[in-house]
Design a binder for this molecule. Structure first.
Ligand code: HPA
Length: 286
């Protein structure tokens, strides 16, 4: 089926992945799942007492071929709290279905995490943003038109399509407020913005940047939405950080380079790592 409904095969594969992960890291009981996007993988180096598993060894995990995505699942502690982090993700533009691309997120949710933190690199559309800014995603525009949510999950009582989650929103307000106050304590501001997701793999034309600005987007990227929708659908709070790596210049021809994207995310990590650590330490203390 083209729109990737989950089925019993997916359940069986998640079960196999979880068995493998539990055998490899028997003591881990992660409370937070973290997805590290383009160039953000080194954040996982701050995870202590870690067990690192290659995606290629975990049943069902897709392997990304994009540079800046190491392809390791890292279990350990961050800010004193047990976490599981994906060092790199697979994208739909690599030919993955939404079900396949989000499989590792489904596995992390299956491990019982209480919060999913997602990160990505994006193009800045809002002219207030600069390269290197970290923006809290507070809403999104989905131009991927792909879902990892099965019809069964969609029609379930707690569905986004039903009232409770829709009214609460996909991005958890309490966690956003905590992120903002931690950023303030660390001495930087954390603006909020709307993330527009495209299938990629090409960066935008100037006309597309203009059109997306008119649609209300603040940033544009090629990931995240299938993951955050899945978590929200399954009732897990989501927090999403977007690193603006290149600012759109609709009136000036300028080519976006992947290397530039990776450089800016590496720089932004110097603020993102302490921010996430601080949040998790507070979560651990409460
Ligand atoms: N467009 C889409 N995805 C991106 C961009 C961009 O300009 N920069 C980083 N990821």
């Amino acid at each position: 089926m083209s729109n990737n409904p989950k089925n019993s095969d997916t359940d069986a594969s998640v079960h196999a992945a979880l068995c493998f992960i539990r055998e490899s890291a028997p003591c881990s009981a992660p409370r937070v799942g973290i997805v590290l996007g383009s160039g953000l993988g080194p954040l996982a180096d701050s995870i202590t007492d870690s067990v690192r598993l290659d995606y290629a060894d975990i049943p069902g995990f897709p392997v990304s071929h994009v540079s800046g995505h190491a392809g390791k699942l890292v279990l350990g502690k961050l800010g004193g709290l047990p976490v599981v982090a994906m060092q790199g993700r697979s994208h739909l533009y690599e030919g993955n279905s939404a079900t396949k691309a989000t499989f590792p997120v489904r596995a992390m949710l299956g491990m019982g995490v209480e919060l999913l933190i997602v990160s990505n690199a994006s193009g800045g559309i809002n002219p207030r943003f600069h390269s290197g800014d970290i923006v809290l995603i507070d809403s999104h525009i989905d131009l991927m038109f792909r879902t990892a949510i099965s019809p069964d999950e969609a029609s379930g009582g707690s569905a986004i399509f039903g009232v409770p989650h829709r009214s609460r929103g996909i991005y958890a307000p309490d966690w956003m407020r905590l992120a903002e106050s931690c950023a303030m304590e660390l001495g930087f501001s954390l603006p909020r913005g709307t993330y527009l997701a495209t299938l990629g793999p090409n960066y935008e034309t100037r006309a597309e940047y203009r059109a997306f600005a008119r649609l209300g987007a603040d940033m544009v990227g090629m990931s995240t939405v299938p993951e955050t929708m899945l978590a929200a659908q399954l009732g897990i709070p989501v927090l999403a950080f977007s690193i603006v790596t290149n600012v759109a210049t609709p009136d000036v021809p300028k080519k976006t380079e992947h290397a530039e994207v990776l450089d800016w995310t590496r720089l932004a990590q110097q603020r993102l790592v302490p921010l996430i650590e601080k949040m998790l330490a507070k979560m651990n203390a409460s």
